[in-house]
Ligand binder design. Structure first.
Ligand SMILES: [Zn+2]
Length: 383
């Protein structure tokens, strides 16, 4: 093993041990698979999947390690015992949020410029899903944190592309369009777009289409939307509000929610980073509870939660590890994945290495569509 692989392995093992102590997790020592009986029952109902990317990455010492567990009490008590938890997920790609999230969605390490509004080069899971299963545009949605994600719904790959992609909703963009005079108002905290590069403002399509979406798709008047938005304390809360509206109105089978509040760590304010983790912890459980309370989703939905990548370690003297993800060290590349839902074994930690690219083939195997250009492998324990 290389030193990086060794560190990744150690991280995975300590995650497993921390969780075993805190949440009574068992250890999945051999490969196992989802229960075929439950799988059959789900097939009779329409299968759904919700993917949540966990907010721009948080480190173990602020989450699953003993000193961090006070920041993730909801996930520890309510989600971990119901999940198969993969302790060692490696991201070998570029550690920028748009390019990494695009890579999670294509199953290929994309090399696009993180700070440009370009589509992924390889087909997204949304395109595979809609093309092979002949699903309408209303059945696949992305709720994304910032303007830079506006192209994530579809690639520019030949044979796929725009007409087959997911609908993308950018809640902050909607809010800005709904309230042109918002700058300087109480809602500016909801509009912070990008925590990494303050000079980056990608071009967007016209506002009209966006606001029409609000009314026609989400059945929300602009007035109700802005009124509710102003009661929220963060962009991720706005995203979850929109996601819940989508679940209620369209009940999409494939819903992808990218949370991003944690990335405020780039500002260097540790307390805001911790606030972001605590909020994300709460919002993940809120989404799980939403699944249980929506008849269209209950008992037929698999939920995946995973960070796009981690954050830097404190090994660099004078460094401020939590703040950025620049070094590409093992800590910033090694994350975890939680899978929950019918047929998924509960309360188990899996310590074998999984690659970030394995998500797309896993979704393909769950839904029954091929993912020919994706490079990962299906995670056998959840299919
Ligand atoms: Zn970041």
């Amino acid at each position: 093993m290389t030193p990086a692989q060794q560190l990744a392995h150690t991280l995975g093992r300590s995650r497993r041990d921390f969780l075993r102590d805190a949440a009574g997790l068992a250890v999945g020592s051999a490969l196992f698979s989802a229960s075929p009986l439950v799988r059959g029952a789900v097939a009779q109902k329409k299968r759904k999947t919700i993917v949540i990317t966990f907010g721009g990455g948080a480190r173990d010492q602020e989450t699953f390690s003993p000193e961090g567990q006070e920041n993730v009490p909801n996930m520890l008590k309510q989600l971990i015992p119901r999940s198969s938890f993969f302790t060692q997920v490696e991201n070998q790609g570029i550690l920028g949020h748009y390019v990494a999230t695009a890579s999670l969605a294509t199953g290929v390490y994309e090399t696009l410029n993180n700070f440009s509004a370009v589509p992924p080069q390889h087909p997204t899971v949304f395109e595979y899903f809609r093309k092979d299963l002949r699903r309408p545009v209303s059945d696949a949605w992305v709720v994304a944190p910032s303007n830079g994600f506006n192209r994530i719904g579809a690639s520019d790959h030949r044979g796929y592309g725009d007409g087959l992609g997911a609908g993308v909703i950018l809640p902050k963009h909607l809010l800005r369009a709904a309230m042109p005079a918002i700058s300087g108002s109480d809602a500016t905290h909801l509009l912070r777009d990008n925590y990494e590069d303050p000079f980056y403002t990608p071009e967007m399509a016209g506002n009209e289409v966006q606001l029409k979406q609000l009314d026609e798709i989400l059945r929300l008047s602009v007035g109700d939307f802005t009124h509710h938005a102003l009661t929220l304390s963060s962009p991720d809360e706005l995203s979850v509000y929109i996601a819940r509206q989508l679940m209620r109105q369209l009940a999409p089978s494939l819903l992808w929610i990218t949370l991003h509040d944690i990335d405020i760590a780039h500002s260097g304010a540790y307390s805001l980073y911790i606030d972001g983790i605590r909020r994300t912890d709460r919002l993940c459980v809120e989404l799980w509870n939403a699944i249980q309370s929506e008849p269209e989703y209950k008992d037929c939905t698999t939920m995946f939660i995973l960070p796009d990548f981690g954050r830097d370690s404190d090994a660099d003297a004078g460094g401020n590890g939590f703040q950025h993800h620049r070094t590409g060290d093992a800590l910033s590349r090694t994350t975890w994945l939680m899978a929950l839902g019918p047929g998924v074994r509960q309360g188990v930690a899996v310590n074998r290495p999984v690659d970030s690219l394995d998500l797309v083939p896993t979704l393909g195997a769950l839904f029954g569509f091929p993912t020919p250009l994706a490079q990962g492998k299906p995670i056998t324990e959840v299919i």
